[in-house]
Design a protein around this ligand. Structure first.
Ligand SMILES: [Zn+2]
Length: 188
């Protein structure tokens, strides 16, 4: 899509469905990994939709991308990982295009899959099970692992209309490059 072209964003009803999906996804991930409330907070992430995104956070090729914002202390050799923020940037236009194109795909279960998937990535980065920057082959393997975990998590949860979402992901393998990173100097 050419730069400057307006991209479609979620309407009010769609935002309601997205917020519901985010709440349920957080609960599913928390239960799946047996996290306490404070452990969930330590994941230190946020989730934004298109109207809240900066231009560099918007991509056309993915349903979501994860940005890692690193607060690097000035004059320090140490990088404090706990202060990194992972931002899950939902790409409204790409998500709605898929929902419009594939008749059986419903927004709510699709969002549930997308958010669970991205949160599993964040958990794995935080637990150092996966590095943020890896070779394409390793990234591809990690995608497969994360898709497996997402499917396992959602299969157990008995979600309405999740079948077409699983089918969609079998047919349309998500592209692998969904990570971006910005290093920002911290305020102090
Ligand atoms: Zn992924």
């Amino acid at each position: 899509m050419a730069e400057g072209l307006a991209r479609i964003t979620f309407d009010a009803d769609q935002i309601t469905a997205v917020n519901q999906a985010v709440g349920v996804a957080e609960e599913l991930v928390s239960n799946f990994y047996k996290f306490s409330g404070s452990q969930m907070l330590q994941l230190n992430y946020d989730i934004k939709t298109a109207v809240q995104l900066e231009p560099h956070e918007i991509v056309d090729a993915h349903f979501a991308q994860i940005m890692r914002y690193r607060a690097q202390k000035k004059d320090s050799l140490l990088e404090v990982d706990a202060t990194d923020l992972y931002r899950i940037c939902l790409q409204d236009h790409a998500i709605l295009a898929a929902v419009n194109r594939f008749r059986h795909l419903r927004l709510y279960p699709f969002m549930l899959y997308i958010v669970c998937h991205e949160l599993i990535h964040v958990v794995r980065f935080r637990r150092f099970l996966q590095h943020f920057h890896v070779a394409p082959e390793e990234r591809q393997l990690e995608e497969i692992r994360v898709h497996h975990a997402t499917r396992e998590m959602l299969s157990k949860a008995n979600i309405d209309d999740i079948g077409p979402v699983f089918e969609f992901y079998c047919k349309w393998q998500e592209a692998f490059e969904e990570m971006g990173e910005i290093v920002t100097p911290s305020a102090d």
